[in-house]
Every structure is written in C-alpha cells, then in structure tokens.
Design a protein around this ligand. Sequence first.
Ligand SMILES: CC(=O)CC(=O)SCCNC(=O)CCNC(=O)[C@H](O)C(C)(C)COP(=O)(O)OP(=O)(O)OC[C@H]1O[C@@H](n2cnc3c(N)ncnc32)[C@H](O)[C@@H]1OP(=O)(O)O
Length: 382
Amino acid sequence: MSAVRGPGIVGVGETPSLRHPGPGTSTAGLLAEAIAQALRSAGLEPGDVDGLGVASFTLRPDRAIDLAWRLGLRLNWCMQDEMGGASAINLLRQAWLALEAGQAKTIVLVAGDHFTGADFAGLVRGYNRSAQDYLSPLGCEGPNPLFAMLTQRQMAHTGLTREDYGALCVAQRLWAVGNSNAAYREPLSLAQYLAAPMVAPPLGRLDCVPVVSGACALVLSARPAAISVRLLASDARYNGDQQEGDGLQTGIAAFAPALWQRAGLGPQDMDVLSVYDDYPAMALAQLCDLGLARADDLPGFIARRLATRDLPVNTAGGQLSAGQAGTAGGMHGLVEVVRQLLGQAGDRQVRGARHGVATGYGMVQLRYGMCANAAVLAREEA
Ligand SMILES: CC(=O)CC(=O)SCCNC(=O)CCNC(=O)[C@H](O)C(C)(C)COP(=O)(O)OP(=O)(O)OC[C@H]1O[C@@H](n2cnc3c(N)ncnc32)[C@H](O)[C@@H]1OP(=O)(O)O
C-alpha cells in the first residue's frame, strides 16, 4: 500500500455501441450519457466538475464549450481535440498537466459520435484538404484502401497471412463476448472471417473497424479516491511514422524506449493492453513498436500470445468487435485499460491487473501519421 500523491483517474463511463441508433439519439445525448455514467462510477456530481475535454466529429457545429453549456457545467478548464484515434490520449496528457498545475480539480474527458451511413461517408470524404484534393479523385474514399496498402506492406515484410490476421480478429471477438456494450459479441470462427466479403484487398469486412454510434468518458480528480489509476508516463509523435522502407512502423517506435524508462517499467510488466485497432495490421505494428512483439516473429506471436489470450490485448473486444464511434475509438481502449486497473471489468477482468498501457493512432493519410501516442497507467491504492 502506498500513499496516493498527485491526480488520479477515478471513474469510467460508456454507452452501448449502437449500429442502428434510434431516432431520438444525438451526439450530445450520447456524450451526456457517458459523462453521467462516469460521474456515477466516481461517486461525483456534475457540480463537482470544473474541467471538460471533448473529442467528437459529429458534435459539430457545436464545440466543447457548447456541450458544457448544455450540461450546465461551470468550468475552469475546457479543451477540444480533433486527432481522431489519438484524441483520447492527447486529452489525457493535457488534463493531467492541468490537474498537476492546479488549473482544475475534477476533469471529465469524453469522446463519441453519432453516425448514420451518410454522415460517415461525408466525414471521410471531407476529412482534410489533402484527402479532398489528392485521395478522393483517385477513388480512395476513406481509410480502407489506404490501410489495405499498409497491410500489403506488412504482409510482404513479415510473412503474415489472412489467416494470421483472422486469428487476431477471432481472439478479440472472444474478449468481446464479455462486453455487453460491444456491437458484435457473437464468437467468430476463422472460416467466418475468411468468408466475409472483400472490401479492399487484402482487407475483408471483418478487418475494417465497424462504424457505430456511442461515447466513452473518464473522470480525473486532483484528489484521487481510495482506488485510482495514475498516469506513470506518456508520449506522442506527430507525423512520426516510418513507412518509407519495408514494413510498417508507427511513431510509437521512436519514443517507446524513453517511455518505458520514464514509467520505470517495461513492456513485459504490462498486465493489460489496449492498442488502437482500426485494422489488424495497425494493432500488430503498435505491439511491435511498444516492444511486445518482433516483426520477424509476428505469425508466431499471434499464435502463442493473442490466439491463446495469454497476453490480454484489447480485452473489451477492441474496436474491431466493440465498434468505433468516431473519435471514441481512441477513448474505447483507454477506458478499458482504466476499467481493468480499477477492477471494474466484470467477467473479462484480468485478475490482479496493476499496470497497463493504452495507445492511440490518428491517421487518414498514407505517407504520414497525424499522431501516435501511448499512456502507461498503474493502479494505486490509498
Ligand atoms: C480516424 C482515425 O484517426 C484513424 C482510423 O481509425 S481510420 C478508420 C476509420 N474508420 C473507417 O474507415 C470505417 C471502416 N469500416 C467500413 O468502412 C465499413 O464498416 C465496412 C466497409 C467494413 C463494412 O461496411 P458495409 O460493407 O457497408 O457493411 P455494413 O452495411 O456495415 O454491414 C453489412 C452487414 O455486415 C455486418 N457487419 C459489418 N461489420 C461487421 C463486423 N465487424 N462483425 C460482424 N458483422 C459485421 C453488419 O451487421 C451487417 O449485417 P446486418 O445487416 O445483419 O446488420
């Protein structure tokens, strides 16, 4: 037992991932529901909140401050982040600094989106100027064709096959069985994975993160509760990917050794992990970059550690099974690691989990990564 010093993460909230949200559903409503759940889990009231961080594509034209107004929050700290899958950890890093600096006492971080099919198509087409000017005219509508090329690169470099990616997807689906919020919770066989329609070779339907509506939230406090989660170390790289040569690396490779050093722990000390899984190739690239797997042994690593669930990776099913609610994608994995460390993961609880790592990855371009980041977290008891 050690005395708790500094801020802590004290609550989590998450709505179900909805493939077909009902007519009354809205982005603000989903974000509000996740916030309310997180505050309840922390034993706090909206009146305790003086900081809010938001990531959402579909809250537009409203912003974080509009959401705060709607929820009646009076704030000392307010932030918005638009880095896609890297937003959650970006927000966490900034909120932690704000609490340490005394700028706020209780900060809620929330990410989520409300999509209909038409919304999502428009979002990816108009994502940024480069996508509009260079990718759409080539028929690269959205990330699937781009990540198909990155997956081809990884296959050529590592010898990975569709069966290997399928084994990862099957393992993650088995974790999702224990997550009542997951969009897809029925166990998946390799035969079903291989039979799914092709989207952009070599990516089939089950390699591509499904689009859902939903939201996830975290509560951070300057005065942590009896059990809380501490941020031991974090880092980020912007446009730091190395995709010029063979293989596939995210910016995480550049900072991982220093990250582990600052955390005082190594990759082998992690009891639970969330890696950003918009596509299986990206999840594997991040596991390599963190130092948990080697590019020259990926098929073996999948068979020994993921398929057997010996290494608890993406224990809520990952986005590939739970679904990706826009920017909530990054928050999904972070919330799951925190939930596990708080000991609140129910049937899928990793026994005795004390240390975990979550990664984020926001990218819609082929030649550079918008942002890759990671947070090493630890359970703390007062
Ligand atoms: C943003 C960042 O910073 C970085 C990133 O994350 S980049 C990634 C951003 N996300 C994307 O680009 C989304 C990728 N996904 C897709 O494009 C689409 O989900 C897809 C093309 C793979 C599938 O779309 P689709 O072919 O239109 O199929 P869809 O209509 O959704 O589903 C057809 C059926 O398959 C099922 N299905 C779809 N995905 C499934 C899955 N993963 N598991 C099981 N069933 C699935 C659906 O439930 C549906 O069945 P029902 O009609 O019985 O409900």
